[in-house]
Write a protein that binds this ligand. Sequence first.
Ligand SMILES: Nc1ncnc2c1ncn2[C@@H]1O[C@H](COP(=O)(O)OP(=O)(O)OP(=O)(O)O)[C@@H](O)[C@H]1O
Length: 381
Amino acid sequence: MPRPPGRVYVLGRDETGSDSDGETSRDGVSDRDDVSNAHRPPHTARIGSFLARDGSAGATVGVDLDRPHAGVVFGKRGTGKSYTLGVLAEEIADADGVVPVVVDPMGVFGGLEAAGGRVVDPAVRPASIPPSTWPDLLGLDPASGPGSLVWRIVADAVDGGSSPSLATLREAVAGADAPAETRRAAANHLRLAASWGVFDADTPPVASLAADGDPVVLDLAGVPDAAASAVVRAVARGLYDARIAEDLTRLPWLLVDEAHAFFDGVAEPALRTILTRGRAPGVSLVCATQRPAALPSVAVSQSDLLVSHRLTAARDVDRLAEAEATYLAGDLASRLPEGVGEALVVDDATETAHTVRIRERRTPHEGESPRARRLSDAERQ
Ligand SMILES: Nc1ncnc2c1ncn2[C@@H]1O[C@H](COP(=O)(O)OP(=O)(O)OP(=O)(O)O)[C@@H](O)[C@H]1O
């Protein structure tokens, strides 16, 4: 893809030394384009341009892709969050040494196929969900008879590194030394999990999804919440473990749309692990949500990059206050831009906040209007 010419100011990479040249205003908020680290660096996601107060566009704004980062993208419905996540995915797809993995609960990222991406129906091994999490996943109390039976059966089945199928787990439940009622309840819940259609004992390891560097879109449209959360857990943890084990040479960027839904389910510990410990093995996480207040504080406190489109609900605006670092004297909420595709970007590395207009997508964005059904492959072309 041709690159836009001109200078690029890179967020997330501190090469400025200090802001004492006066190019950033006293409270760290800038709407200017003559910023201090402007150059043409490699490994940069060019996400848009500075937006001046008079509405004119300034220098190109990039996000550092050389090192791992954690970020959040906020905004009320229709302000451009998914679109922004798509721009980031396009840029990561174009860069060397990194790979975007997009969690797509609404089915709006299929256009990334035009950037060489693959839309995959999610599949995870039952063994990728820890035994202790199975009761919660199935909506069973772990202290109840069926909950503890499922826990025990999964623990026995994965012992020694095996990858059991749900059918194997159901057979083990049927033959377990437990009251018939307990076995029946446990088997029913496992049958329900099978109906979600996401469990496959033979699915390849998560690392193989991301090995070739092409964007991966996990299509979770229509997948029940519990199953989607299981998928996100398996993928997040799988990418993290693959980097620790050096099974994945590229640095993965996990881009999660509608992220609040996953912090509410069994995915939460895996997302938290990436937020708090992901940078050492090189795993990045960007969480987009229309409900910032529904994200745990750690998602904001661990993020070094905050992109906020317009927000109006007081509780969501309050979440921004948690990001108000000492270098920002002012109130961020009052600086949120109004327009679709415009955002306030707070960057820890350069200790600045900027108003940015996110660039247009190079690949189609499928979130234009609600659809009752997904497009078929033929219709997408
Ligand atoms: N940077 C941009 N440039 C041009 N158009 C944009 C931009 N951002 C968003 N839009 C337009 O706004 C529409 C809504 O954006 P998007 O689907 O990303 O909203 P959203 O905030 O994710 O909403 P929802 O919460 O409903 O998913 C897009 O379909 C697109 O037409």
